[in-house]
Design a protein around this ligand. Structure first.
Ligand SMILES: [Zn+2]
Length: 311
């Protein structure tokens, strides 16, 4: 059964978690590395489980695994064997499942909320290149090559027992099509497709959001469509673009709104948590049913969603 549908049958909103990397950095990890949080899967997996627990405690109904940048290719470049790489990808799912089960075992935690689900992150091809192309979509690969790139990791994530696939920060329709083709090979699994956006109307490579939604609409295994890892300023307009083009729930989990200052190598804390919280409530009123945060969002931001959504 479709795990999102199951939650939304009983609750008006599904709350997803916030940034994994930001929390790992708050715990003292150095993520200045091509592998990003996938590096911590190798070095300190227990910390990843801890961050999942922090988000469940904050009110998340869904944990997104640390597999965004975890790929066979990426780990092989680091000198790991194919088997070792596959085991680490599998581990990202197991850690989230363990955190969820531990959390749910305590009956105190079961009040006024659904049993949380585990969404296995399927990062875009650009995330492996680590050159920012997941925000441009200017890939040299064609659709068949993208199918080959995604197939093995998706197989591992499905077999590891993920409840759903979080196909996220997708910059171009061709990659959404390629992922959808792979997903059809695993008819038991559901997935959401979440694009990165360049403005109020377009996904990163310039294609119209509404066109992407219409292409995905007929796909039975796609459980939700939306946007993540983009400026919160674009979200209101993009929800309007998606609405009316699909019967599927709309998912939004943008960045916090802080901007990265490359010159001084630090984040400008422009948008406060309070502003982010107010936005999340408005996005819900505008039609988004699945809401959380991407880069730079924290457990407090997820707790703030929980505060207005689960009174
Ligand atoms: Zn992000």
């Amino acid at each position: 059964m479709n795990p999102i549908e199951q939650i939304l049958e009983n609750y008006p909103i599904m709350i997803i978690d916030g940034a994994m990397a930001t929390e790992l950095e708050n715990y003292g990890c150095n993520l200045n590395d091509r592998l990003w949080s996938a590096k911590i899967l190798m070095e300190n997996p227990e910390l990843i489980k801890q961050v999942h627990l922090d988000y469940f405690k904050a009110g998340a109904d869904c944990a997104i695994t640390a597999s965004y940048q975890a790929t066979i290719e990426g780990y092989e470049e680091r000198g790991l064997s194919e088997k070792e790489a596959a085991d680490l990808i599998k581990k990202s799912v197991q850690l989230a499942i363990n955190a969820r089960d531990e959390f749910w075992d305590n009956t105190e935690n079961r009040k006024n909320r659904p049993k949380p689900i585990v969404a296995a992150s399927v990062g875009p091809y650009g995330a492996v290149l680590a050159d920012g192309s997941e925000y441009r979509g200017d890939y040299v690969l064609n659709e068949d090559e993208l199918v080959s790139f995604h197939r093995e990791r998706i197989r591992i994530l499905v077999e590891a027992g993920a409840d759903i696939l979080a196909c996220e920060t997708i910059p171009c329709l061709i990659e959404a099509k390629a992922i959808t083709r792979v997903i059809r090979e695993f008819p038991e699994i559901y997935a959401w497709i979440s694009f990165s956006a360049k403005d109020e109307l377009h996904i990163s490579n310039g294609e119209k959001m509404s066109d992407c939604v219409m292409w995905l609409e007929g796909e039975k295994q796609i459980a939700a469509i939306g946007i993540n890892c983009s400026s919160p300023d674009f979200i209101d307009s993009l929800i309007k673009e998606i609405k009316g083009k699909t019967s599927k729930p709309i998912i939004v989990y943008p960045n916090s709104g802080e901007e990265y200052d490359a010159t001084n190598k630090k984040w400008n804390e422009g948008a406060s948590s309070k502003q982010f919280t107010m936005c999340t409530q408005r996005w819900y009123e505008e039609g988004a049913k699945i809401i959380g945060g991407c880069c730079r969002t924290k457990p407090e931001d997820i707790k703030a969603i929980n505060d207005w959504a689960r009174k």
